[in-house]
Design a protein around this ligand. Structure first.
Ligand code: GUN
Ligand code: FE
Length: 441
């Protein structure tokens, strides 16, 4: 199926810059060597398979009601926090980190434990339709390499970061020096490069300003530049955190300025949360062309705050959605989509002006696919269906056996898509493709 390519015929549902949700019925989409080679009306099928040398036996016809959509892009999640999904959500961020998160992450010095958890975590995330994940791992280089192996084995696309922390952390979970943190990060990057994974990129990962000193952050900024790598961290997630960052870095005008001073605010930076960014910080992030990962489940679950997405959109900042496992308890991007709509509805309800426009579920779907791809700088490869992009896709059946969606006779095709977005889950995802390869099913 791989060398000669394949064709799928039926409905395509995806996002473009112009349309948050576009439905294209009666299409055929051709895939060769993992890439989309044509998207045509069904009546051009015989001509196209001849042109691309695709055998008749490699044509799949979707059943009535089924559709293909792009795989989800989770722009922020912590694989080692997977054991805590749905646990320990009774504290705010900084206590939560010390009480639940750091002790859990410390366990990943044990490679056997890491292997067991990472297999479960990656499988669960991929099974829920996340074809691209932007992962935090832990401080441990070897366990982070093991996470890369697991992701590669399951066939997911990913950015994977070895976390850096040299201040503000407990003795049992901290790096002993700037030098150790840097040399281990270099070892990690070099080893990932050597392993030549087809779809995994290392990402430089200073945890946040309260766990890295200014020198470490600056050196990580240099490292990201030298290797031309993406960077990820957290910013302005809670009021307490913002206040303490101000006290810790009195020479910097803002939280974003701390990262900027270190050379970390680049066009390859993904900043998780950003709820409490000031107007100046938003302008700085825009000027540097960094992206924000909006993680609504996490922001509700550990009661961080209510992000105003429209503010970021008005500033034309790149925004993707994230589950933030396990600040967020749910591994599915469908949950992130629904929760993002709810967050926006809160702003609508509370708005002083009746014209506050809440996020539609279609816009949230776009954030979870094309928006995430843009946030990660991968929109030339993934995010929607276009000739030349990789085929990262989900085969969806809104009426799948055992699913929670009932498509009724009065429902239009578009209604069935919306019902899936609101009530669907992994039971509706019949197949998952990354770069044209069927991964788990
Ligand atoms: N800020 C620093 N570390 C973390 C983390 O692990 N999760 C979340 N949600 N915020 C953080
Ligand atoms: Fe996080």
């Amino acid at each position: 199926m791989d060398e000669t390519g394949f064709v799928m015929c039926g409905a395509l549902v995806h996002s473009t810059d112009a349309e948050p949700l576009e439905i294209m019925q009666h299409k055929c989409i051709g895939v060769k060597e993992g890439k989309i080679v044509f998207i045509e009306n069904e009546d051009a099928l015989s001509e196209k398979i001849k042109e691309f040398g695709i055998p008749q036996t490699d044509i799949t016809y979707l059943k009535k009601g089924q559709f293909l959509c792009p795989g989800f892009v989770d722009t922020h999640l912590h694989a080692p926090q997977y054991p805590n999904c749905g646990k320990g959500l009774d504290m705010g961020l900084l206590d939560w980190l010390q009480t639940y998160t750091f002790p859990t992450e410390a366990k990943f010095s044990d490679l056997k434990y890491a292997d067991m958890v990472y297999r479960k975590a990656v499988r669960r995330v991929l099974r829920n339709g996340t074809t691209t994940g932007c992962y935090f791992a832990t401080l441990h280089t070897d366990a982070t390499l093991l996470l890369c192996d697991v992701i590669n084995e399951y066939g997911q696309r990913a950015y994977v970061g070895k976390v850096n922390m040299n201040i503000g952390s407990p003795d049992f979970y901290i790096e002993s020096s700037v030098e150790e943190s840097l040399s281990e990060t270099k070892r990690y990057i070099e080893e990932v490069k050597k392993r030549n994974y087809p779809h995994i990129t290392p990402i430089v990962t200073p945890r946040f300003a309260l766990s890295c000193c200014q020198e470490l952050m600056s050196k990580l900024g240099d490292l990201a530049k030298a290797y031309d790598l993406p960077i990820q961290t957290h910013i302005c997630e809670t009021r307490d955190e913002v206040r303490i960052v101000g006290e810790t870095f009195p020479g910097c005008e803002s939280y974003a300025a701390v990262y900027d001073k270190a050379g970390l605010l680049t066009d390859k930076m993904v900043l998780a949360h950003g709820i409490y960014l000031s107007d100046n910080e938003i302008a700085l992030i825009k000027a540097r062309n960094s992206a924000i990962s909006h993680c609504p489940n996490s922001n509700f679950s550990i009661r961080s705050g209510v992000l105003d997405l429209r503010r970021l959109e008005e500033a034309r900042i790149k925004v993707g959605l994230g589950t933030d496992i396990s600040g967020g308890y749910h591994p599915s991007m469908l949950n992130a989509i629904r929760t993002a709509v709810f967050v926006s509805n809160i702003h609508h309800i509370e708005a002083e002006h009746a014209n506050y426009k809440a996020l539609s579920v279609h816009e949230a779907f776009r954030l979870a696919t094309l928006g995430g791809a843009k946030a990660l700088g991968l929109d030339n490869r993934i995010g929607n269906f276009a000739v030349g992009k990789d085929f990262d896709a989900l085969l969806i059946d809104p009426s799948a056996d055992g699913s929670h969606v009932d498509v009724l006779p009065d429902d239009s095709f578009s209604d069935s898509v919306d019902k899936y977005l609101y009530n669907g889950d992994d039971r509706n995802i019949l197949s998952i493709y990354v770069a044209g390869r069927k991964v788990i099913s």
